[in-house]
Design a protein around this ligand. Structure first.
Ligand SMILES: Nc1nc2c(ncn2[C@@H]2O[C@H](COP(=O)(O)OP(=O)(O)OP(=O)(O)O)[C@@H](O)[C@H]2O)c(=O)[nH]1
Ligand SMILES: [Mg+2]
Length: 358
């Protein structure tokens, strides 16, 4: 699962990245970042701690989210910036979801920008870029397809089918709205997947600074923000520098409900519709990430492609059942271990063992 941070230069993306990453990278004020940082962030889950106690496994592996921290979207209108923007957005399209970071703190470290924060203006700017980028992709492809159909190219039949779907998405895009407004069938969805439209992807809105999320920010835009949150990086850095036993008092004083890392990871989970399932045993207790609605064979494929190929049945019980029963043996004895077929929809918190011919 790939999640990319996205924001204007100097918005505080790397600061947010450091809040969730295990190994912080250097933040150089005023120096524009040129390369992309990538780290797999562990998804902490109290249920996993309980499973660790229960199985005392040789190996213990939390689920991971791959977070990308790219350079900022260059703000200028000159050709150099425009070209960089196109390249950057092109590379970022592949991500499964985004955290859009807005500057909510004052700084004069960036010469091209105002010192005071204006998250609304920055958000509008980014929306224009993402929307224009989708529109350009859709229009260019539609033009090519129309041409192919007219010329009766070899691929004309396929192209026509693709064009029908694309033409459903074009009107909202042409009117300055998002491609997400149009509901597609699973088959149509598949045809559109290759375009990786930003305005059909899940987004988290994050305001980085002390002021919180301004009222109404992120509503009625081409990108639907499923989650909106504020993060005060300065407070969070202080919290992390503290001895663990001093943290609860500090968190209570400043009304921090959960550490920034968990807050961001959980918001991503909710926005993208992610779920965790677990595999357990004495050798390894491990958490895996799937999407809401994924079936047992998809879950098997996360563990190993062979398990998906040779899939016979999934042995499933729920975390709550396992912990209530007190162990795997007890769960089995109570008849709570079910045998599920390929199309069983895996639930968050399912304990899964795949039976496979391979
Ligand atoms: N006061 C204050 N400063 C912050 C906060 N977050 C980040 N900064 C500072 O803002 C500057 C830019 O932060 P970065 O995290 O590097 O921003 P960025 O978006 O990664 O920048 P680029 O990658 O170059 O686009 C640094 O000097 C940070 O220390 C914050 O919440 N409050
Ligand atoms: Mg950065």
């Amino acid at each position: 699962m790939q999640i990319a941070l996205l924001g204007l230069a100097g918005a505080g993306k790397t600061t947010v990245f450091n809040a969730v990453a295990d190994t912080p990278v250097a933040v150089v004020p005023g120096a524009l970042q040129t390369e992309t940082h990538v780290q797999v962030v562990k998804v902490r889950d109290p249920r996993m701690e309980r499973l660790r106690e229960m199985f005392d496994p040789k190996k213990f592996t939390l689920a991971g989210l791959e977070i990308h921290d790219p350079p900022g979207v260059p703000p200028g209108d000159e050709a150099g910036d425009r070209e960089k923007r196109t390249r950057l957005l092109g590379a970022l399209r592949e991500a499964d979801g985004y955290v859009l970071v807005l500057r909510g703190f004052a700084t004069d470290a960036y010469a091209y920008d105002r010192a005071l924060p204006d998250p609304r203006a920055d958000l509008d700017r980014l929306m224009v870029e993402l929307h224009m980028s989708d529109l350009a992709v859709a229009q260019a492809r539609a033009e090519k397809l129309r041409d192919n159909v007219k010329k009766r190219a070899k691929s004309a039949e396929q192209d026509e089918r693709e064009l029908v779907v694309l033409e459903k998405l074009l009107p909202p895009l042409e009117e300055g709205r998002g491609a997400h407004e149009i509901a597609l069938t699973p088959d149509e969805e598949k045809r559109m997947r290759g375009f990786q439209f930003f305005t059909r992807k899940p987004f988290v809105l994050l305001v980085n600074g002390p002021g919180g999320v301004p009222e109404g920010l992120g509503r009625g835009l081409p990108v639907p923000f499923h989650e909106r949150l504020a993060l005060d990086a300065t407070l969070d850095a202080e919290l992390r520098a503290m001895a663990p036993e001093d943290r609860p008092a500090f968190m209570a004083e400043f009304g921090i409900e959960e550490p920034a890392a968990d807050k961001v990871v959980h918001a991503i989970y909710r926005a993208v519709g992610l779920r965790s399932f677990f595999t357990v045993g004495e050798d390894e207790v491990r958490a895996w990430t799937i999407r809401a609605g994924d079936d047992a064979v998809t879950a098997a494929g996360k563990i190993h492609t062979d398990l998906a190929k040779g899939f016979v049945r999934a042995e499933v019980c729920h975390y709550e059942e396992l912990t209530a029963a007190g162990g795997m043996k007890e769960t089995k004895a109570k008849g709570l271990l079910r045998l599920e077929p390929k199309d069983y929809v895996v639930k968050d918190g399912d304990i899964v063992h795949i039976r496979s011919t391979v």
